[in-house]
Design a protein around this ligand. Structure first.
Ligand code: NAP
Length: 271
C-alpha cells in the first residue's frame, strides 16, 4: 500500500510512528491537531493494532521505513533491541526511547540521521519538556526545521550539549510527571483523611496546584519559590506547623538523592 502524495498535497511529509502506546498516541494526536498536521500524512505500525482513523496501518518497521520520510521510534527499548536490523536507508529517525544511545539506534535502523529525544507525557497537551540531541550535519536544513517545529508543538524544547545530558533529563522531566502525580496523590489522600469526599479532594488539590502555578507564572520575575513559601508561612502559623513535621532540609535532600538515583539508573540502562 502506498501513501497518497497526489498533486493536491504535493508538499506533505509522511510521518511514521513505530509503537502506538502512550507516547506514540500522544505524538500522533498532538501533531494531527496542530497546525503543522496539515502538512503531514501518517502511517503507524504497532503490535495488536489494525486500524487507526486518519492514518495508514502498516505491518512492519520495514514497510514503515519504505513509506515514511520521518519515523518516530516509540517502542520500549527491549522491544527495539529485538528487531532485525533494517536495510540501509537515508530516512530520518526520531527516537524517544529512554536510554537507547544514538549509536545503537543507528545499528538497527541503518540510517545516519537519528535524533534522540527525551520527552514527557504532558507532550500530549503540547506542554511537555522536550530535550533533544543530534548531529545536525546529518540533516538537511528543511528537515531540521520541520523537526524543530514538531518539538515546538510538543512544548518547551531545547538541545542538550552532550548525549549524556539526556539521561539527566530522563531523571528530572522524563520521570517528572510521576513525581508531580505522587505529590498530588499524597495531598488528595490527606484531604480524604480529614473527611472530604474523593471528588471534593480531587477538585481541591487540582485547583490548588493549577492556581499556585498560575500565580507563580505571574510573579516569577519578582519572587523566587523560596520567597513565595515565606509569604504563606507565617511565624507559629499552620504552614509552619506542617513544615516542622515535614522537615524541609530532609525533604530537599531526599529529592536530590531520589533524582540522582533515577539519573544513575538511566545511565545504567543507557547503552
Ligand atoms: N511513558 C512515558 O512517560 C515516556 C516518557 C519518555 C520516554 N518514553 C519512552 O517512550 C517509549 C514508549 O513508551 P510508552 O510508555 O509509550 O510504551 P507503551 O505504552 O508500552 O507503548 C509501546 C507500544 O509499542 C508496541 N510494540 C512493542 N513491540 C513492538 C514491535 N516489535 N513492533 C511494533 N510495535 C511494538 C507495544 O505493543 P504491546 O503493548 O502490544 O506490546 C505498545 O503499543 C519507551 O521507549 C519509553 O522509554 C516514555
Amino acid at each position: 500500500m502506498r501513501i497518497s502524495n497526489g498533486a493536491n498535497q504535493a508538499k506533505k511529509t509522511n510521518i511514521g510512528i513505530f509503537g502506538y502506546g502512550h507516547m506514540g498516541q500522544a505524538i500522533f494526536k498532538l501533531l494531527q491537531k496542530n497546525q503543522i498536521g496539515k502538512q503531514l500524512n501518517f502511517c503507524i505500525c504497532s503490535i495488536g493494532l489494525k486500524k487507526i482513523k486518519n492514518a495508514v496501518y502498516l505491518n512492519s518497521l520495514e514497510e514503515l521505513i519504505n513509506q515514511s520520510d520521518i519515523i518516530f521510534l516509540c517502542v520500549k527499548p527491549q522491544d527495539f533491541y529485538n528487531l532485525k536490523p533494517a536495510e540501509l536507508n537515508n530516512k530520518i529517525f526520531i527516537s524517544i526511547m529512554a536510554g537507547v544511545k544514538i549509536a545503537n539506534v543507528k545499528k538497527i535502523v541503518n540510517s545516519q540521521s537519528v535524533v534522540r529525544v527525551m520527552p514527557n507525557l504532558p507532550l500530549q497537551v503540547g506542554q511537555g519538556v522536550i530535550a533533544w540531541f543530534a548531529d545536525e550535519k546529518k540533516f538537511s536544513k528543511n528537515k531540521l526545521s520541520l523537526i524543530k517545529k514538531f518539538f515546538f508543538a510538543f512544548g518547551y524544547n531545547f538541545k542538550v550539549k552532550i548525549e549524556d545530558d539526556l539521561d539527566k533529563i530522563t531523571a528530572i522531566s522524563g520521570s517528572g510527571p510521576a513525581y508531580v502525580f505522587l505529590f498530588m496523590d499524597a495531598l488528595m489522600e490527606s484531604a480524604i483523611n480529614l473527611g472530604f469526599s474523593p471528588q471534593q479532594a480531587e477538585a481541591i488539590i487540582f485547583e490548588l496546584l493549577v492556581g499556585s502555578l498560575k500565580y507563580y507564572q505571574n510573579v516569577k520575575n519578582i519572587y523566587t519559590p523560596g520567597q513565595l513559601i515565606n509569604m504563606v508561612k507565617s511565624k507559629k502559623g499552620t504552614t509552619e506547623a506542617a513544615f516542622n513535621k515535614l522537615n524541609p532540609k530532609k525533604f530537599y535532600k531526599q529529592w536530590q538523592d531520589a533524582i540522582l538515583e533515577a539519573y544513575k539508573r538511566a545511565q545504567k540502562l543507557s547503552y
